[in-house]
Design a protein. Structure first.
Length: 744
């Protein structure tokens, strides 16, 4: 089961202010009573030597709870068998809790290790005083501090009274253990601490929370962004057995951010009654400025913008002169529609409101965003909002948004009863924060030898920022860092341009975000250049990337790079690492020999979230249909804490990317989503998946990079390139299902 650390009792024992940040300090004399020592917000040690490690990130199948626990235990010198996991509530005391952007390890690796090292030093000092020996003569392992020379040892539990009296250690000055002394970090397979709960059914997900007196709510939400309830008749809804109340939700106002989406809520004793009540509602919706949104027509609007000169965001050399002097100018266009998240568990949250305070249980990726959004909606202080994080049945960025939790909080206050808001699959698909729609126009100038001398990439898409600023219609530099500003190109003349595009639906980040369509367009375009010049696709890809080198801002043709929040010194744009994964992937799949044996291969590679990933997909024709036969994935993500989980993430990314490439895309007519469930929005099924999948993790001493998202971007272009290799037909847009003989 999922155990929680309750914020108020924890802070009381700490003597810390709600706004305090304990990541960088070990509080002096911090304790939770005589039986337990709490030297930091992440590490508690009991007299029994039980070590409790607090996870401040959300678990949604990516194994972060187990990975962080092993990381802390390793540096602390604890045995993982003596470790208990505790899920943190939402609170600024933990620092950033947003489990998004492949950031849990890459942003916190050194920080958390130093925190554990500081606690280990305190335990060592306490043992040195107790045993009257030098701290340097002691070793720490398996939760025991030992003095090898005398054979004496003390378990952690016997040291906590002495340790709590010592002056705290500054984690920034704590010396980390050498890699050779670490038994867990980087081990081939780390134990999943949550596996028993998964297997036995004890794991608590959002829909498992059932406080006494709970009402279940489903909501009839506006079918078009900006629409509101004009009139409604709830007579028949209230007549449904089990229906308790009908509540009108607040009308949404732009910018929509994470506010409730409006509509009419049906509250009942159970989900079935609530659904029947919603079906019985008689509703009339108001008009909206987005009523005329037609995704097919909007595609033409985006195409028109992509064909015109746009705002220059990256420039190097003299592009126009280079194109004028080129022996050949080659141009192509690519389109990717709105993509939904479709987590296996639709959004759900439970709330209780009492005397100006709210307690929420939510399958959220960002409990602090829930705190903020609920506090703003109800007009209370964020400290009055307690957010308990349940397990998530998938997230992919959808559950970073707090809208479903704000709905539960609003209804709990309005009714005075505990309320769980349950989204259905139809709600999930038709009221998502979709990955944005995009259109891209790429142009290359070629010399007489087929070498690329000029490169222009125009991209047009409504940005995520439109959710927070209704007037936003152009991407920001942080948007463009995803596969455009950081793209390694061995081309003398480069220009990246953007066009304006208004948003007509709510847009949000989805696993790998803009990298999906930027990697798609770039990699398919490079493959098209290979076909145009009669060259090998791998050789062409490596030629465009260029020789191994670190690219400076001047080399890239930009003034600054957000670089996913990391410094360019620690995580540079490294063409050598990108080349290496391409070369290794081609080697693993036996690129030349496989193609001679009548199979078709496609390759793609991409840098995202500071990791480098190459994918090769092999197609084979059987029984009159093209099948995805094999896939190879090579990833260089720097130092990897949990290799087995990293492989699982790459396998999941492969399936995720194939699902979107083959079946993805929500279309709109008259402002309404046309798809609603798995009958018209398919996902990849077992029989559609590759027969064999090969994952290789590059051993590296580079700092940790992202893992959860970087595997997605190269998948779709590798599939498209393989299809061309087999058929001679180019697939330049999603979904590709019809070409592969699938019904969408």
């Amino acid at each position: 089961m999922l155990e929680h650390l309750h914020r108020r009792s924890f802070l009381a024992s700490f003597g810390l202010a709600a706004s305090g940040l304990a990541l960088g300090i070990v509080p002096r004399n911090a304790h939770g009573g005589a039986a337990e020592w709490q030297p930091s917000v992440f590490i508690h040690i009991a007299q029994t030597s039980l070590v409790t490690l607090v996870c401040h990130r959300s678990e949604m199948g990516q194994g972060i709870r187990s990975s962080l626990a092993h990381l802390l235990a390793d540096e602390l010198g604890a045995n993982i068998d003596q470790v208990k996991l505790l899920q943190a509530d939402g609170d600024p005391v933990y620092g950033d809790q947003n489990t998004d952007g492949s950031s849990s390890i890459r942003k916190r690796y050194t920080e958390l290790r130093r925190l554990a090292a500081a606690v280990r030093v305190l335990l060592t000092q306490a043992a040195a005083k107790t045993l009257r020996v030098s701290a340097k003569s002691l070793t720490v392992a398996d939760g025991i501090v030992s003095h090898p020379a005398s054979g004496r040892s003390l378990p952690f539990g016997e040291l906590i009274d002495a340790a709590r009296k010592l002056h705290p250690i500054d984690p920034a000055k704590a010396e980390l253990l050498p890699r050779s002394a670490l038994r867990y970090i980087g081990a081939p397979a780390l134990r999943s601490l949550d596996a028993p709960a998964y297997v036995t059914g004890a794991a608590i997900y959002g829909a498992d929370v059932r406080p006494s007196g709970l009402w279940i709510a489903v909501i009839a939400r506006p079918p078009v962004v900006g629409s509101t309830v004009r009139t409604y008749d709830d007579t028949k809804a209230l007549a449904v057995p089990g229906v308790r109340a009908v509540v009108r939700m607040p009308d949404p106002q732009p910018p929509y951010a994470f506010k409730p989406w409006g509509g009419i809520a049906i509250l009942a004793d159970n989900t079935w009654a609530a659904l029947r009540g919603r079906d019985a509602l008689i509703l009339e919706w108001s008009s909206s400025v987005h009523d005329t949104y037609d995704s097919t027509a909007f595609r033409s609007t985006l195409r028109e913008a992509a064909q015109k000169p746009g705002t220059v965001r990256r420039t190097r050399g003299d592009l126009e002169a280079a194109l004028a002097q080129a022996d050949k100018v080659f141009e192509r266009e690519y389109y990717v529609p709105h993509l939904p998240h479709v987590p296996m568990e639709p959004p759900t949250a439970t709330a209780i409101y009492r005397e100006g305070r709210v307690e929420i249980w939510a399958s959220t990726q960002n409990p602090q965003a829930v705190q903020k959004a609920v506090a703003e909606l109800l007009g209370i202080h964020a400290a009055a909002v307690t957010v308990h994080v349940t397990f998530l049945g998938g997230g992919f960025g959808r559950k970073s948004k707090a809208d479903f939790a704000t709905e539960a909080a609003y209804l709990a206050k309005h009714t005075g009863s505990p309320v769980r808001v349950q989204w259905t699959r139809e709600d999930d698909i038709q009221h998502d924060y979709y990955n944005t729609v995009s259109y891209q126009h790429l142009t290359a100038g070629l010399d007489m030898d087929g070498r690329v001398t000029a490169w222009r990439h125009r991209t047009v898409f409504p940005p995520i920022r439109s959710v927070f600023d209704a007037s936003a219609n152009m991407p920001s530099p942080s948007d463009l860092q995803q596969g455009l500003l950081d793209l390694a190109l061995d081309v003398e003349h480069i220009r990246v341009e953007t066009g304006a595009a208004p948003a007509h639906v709510r847009i949000g980040w989805l696993r790998s975000v803009y990298n999906i369509f930027h990697a798609f367009a770039t990699n398919v375009f490079i493959d098209e250049l290979a076909a145009e010049t009669g060259a090998d696709p791998v050789a062409t890809l490596l030629g465009v990337i260029g020789p191994p080198r670190i690219l400076s801002l001047e080399d890239l043709g930009i003034g600054a790079l957000g670089n996913y929040g990391a410094s360019l010194e620690e995580h540079p744009v490294d063409a050598g690492r990108l080349r290496a994964v391409v070369e290794r992937c081609a080697e693993l799949c036996r690129w030349t020999r496989q193609r001679k044996r009548g199979r078709a291969l496609g390759i793609a590679a991409h840098r995202s979230f500071l990791a480098y990933v190459a994918v090769v997909i092999a197609l084979q024709q059987r029984e009159g249909r093209i099948h995805i036969d094999e896939a190879w994935v090579v990833v260089d993500a720097g130092l990897i804490v949990n290799p087995d989980q990293a492989r699982a993430q790459m396998e999941g990314a492969l399936v995720f990317g194939l699902s979107h490439a083959l079946f993805g895309g929500v279309t709109f007519r008259e402002g309404r989503a046309e798809q609603s469930n798995f009958h018209d929005l398919r996902l990849l099924r077992i029989g559609d998946a590759p027969r064999r999948v090969h994952i290789e993790l590059v051993e590296s001493e580079a700092p940790p990079a992202g893992i959860g998202e970087p595997g997605v971007p190269p998948v779709a272009p590798a599939l498209s390139n393989a299809y061309f290799a087999m058929t001679g037909v180019r697939l330049r847009e999603f979904p590709m299902a019809k070409a592969f003989g699938f019904d969408r």
